[in-house]
Design a protein around this ligand. Sequence first.
Ligand SMILES: Nc1ncnc2c1ncn2[C@@H]1O[C@H](COP(=O)(O)OP(=O)(O)O)[C@@H](O)[C@H]1O
Ligand SMILES: [Mg+2]
Length: 358
Amino acid sequence: METSARREPTLLTPRQIFARLDAYVIGQEAAKRAVAIAAYNHLKRIEARRHRRGTLLKKSNMLLIGPTGSGKTHIARQLADILSVPFTTVDATEYTEAGYYGKDVEMMVAELLIRANHVVEDAQRGIIFIDEVDKIARRSQGARNGAGSRDIGGEGVQQALLKLLEGRDVQVPIQVSAGWNRSDTVALDTRDVLFICAGTFSDLFGDGEDGHRRSLGFNAVDGPPRRRVLRTRELVDYGMMAEFLGRLPVVVQLHLLGEDDLLRVLVEPPDAITREYRELLALDDVSLTFREDALREVVRFSVSRGLGARGLRSVLEHVMADVMFEAPERRARSVVVDRGFVHERLKTADDAVAAAAH
Ligand SMILES: Nc1ncnc2c1ncn2[C@@H]1O[C@H](COP(=O)(O)OP(=O)(O)O)[C@@H](O)[C@H]1O
Ligand SMILES: [Mg+2]
C-alpha cells in the first residue's frame, strides 16, 4: 500500500494524459482517449516490470488509422513529449527483411538510440512511430492495395517486425553511418519500447489516395466521410498478418478534420501557427491580428488543394511572406490580416504552396 501511494504522483493518469493531448491535438476525441488509456497501461506495465513482479499485462503497442493530415504523427509525438521519452519516426517502406537490400528493422532502434542521445536506458523506454504500415501489406493482395509495386514483399518486413514489437534484445550499431563497424554495437531491449504504427488504409475507405481528395466537394466542410469503423478481418484481408496485428492490440481510428477543426488548429494549441507569427512580429514591435474569416480562407484553400492540415503552414507562410519581409520597417505599427488580404495573396499561391507541402 505504502509503495503504491508513493508511486502514484509520478504515474500520469489517463485523464491527465488526455488533458495534455487535448491541448495540442484538436478533435479526435475517441483517439485521444484510447491513446491516453493505452499509454497509462504502458506505464503501469513498465512499473510492474521494474518491481520485478510477473505481469500479465501485454504491451500496448498501437495502430493508428486515419487519413493524411489527421494527426497520427502529431498525436504520437505529443504523447512522447508528455511522457518525456525519446521519439523517432520511421517509414515502414524503407525497411526490408534481413538479407535484402535496404535497412534492417533493427535500424529503427538505432535511430531511437540517437534520439535518446545514446543513453540506452532512455531509449528502452522510448516510442518508435512506424508510418505507412499499410504499404507493407502482403503482396498477394497488392494488386488492390498498391503494395504490389514493391519488389520485396511487405510480408517479410511484417515478419521481421514481430519480435521487435513484442520485445527482445537487439544489437544496435552505436554509429549509424555508411561505414559502421559490425562490432560497434550495443544491446538494447525493446520490451518497454512503445511502438505506434500508422497507416491511411485509404482503399478500405474507398476514398482514393487520401481522405482529402474526395472531400473537394461540399462535404469537406462538415461531413468527413471516414466514420466507418474498421474490423480486424478487413485489415487481414488487406494484407496485414494476423500475428502483426496481434502485436498492435490498441487500434485507434482518426478522422478527417473538417473546416472548423482546421481553423482551431490554426489558433488554439499553445504552439499554433498564428501564435508563432504573432510572437515573431511582436519581436519587431508589430502587433498582428488575424481575422477569423481570413483564417477560414486559409483553411479553405488548403482543403481545396487536398492538403488539409498539412498545408496550413505553407499556405499561411505564403500569405505572410510580404508582411514578414517588411516587418522590421513597420515598427510600432499594427497589422491586420483580413479576408481581402488573404484572397489577394492566394491568387499567386498555388505553385509555391504545392511545392512546400509535398
Ligand atoms: N488533430 C490535430 N490537431 C492539431 N494539429 C494537427 C492535427 N492534425 C494535424 N495537425 C497538424 O498538421 C500537421 C500534419 O499532421 P500529421 O500528424 O503529420 O498527420 P498524419 O500523420 O496523420 O498524416 C501536424 O504537424 C500538425 O501541426
Ligand atoms: Mg504522418
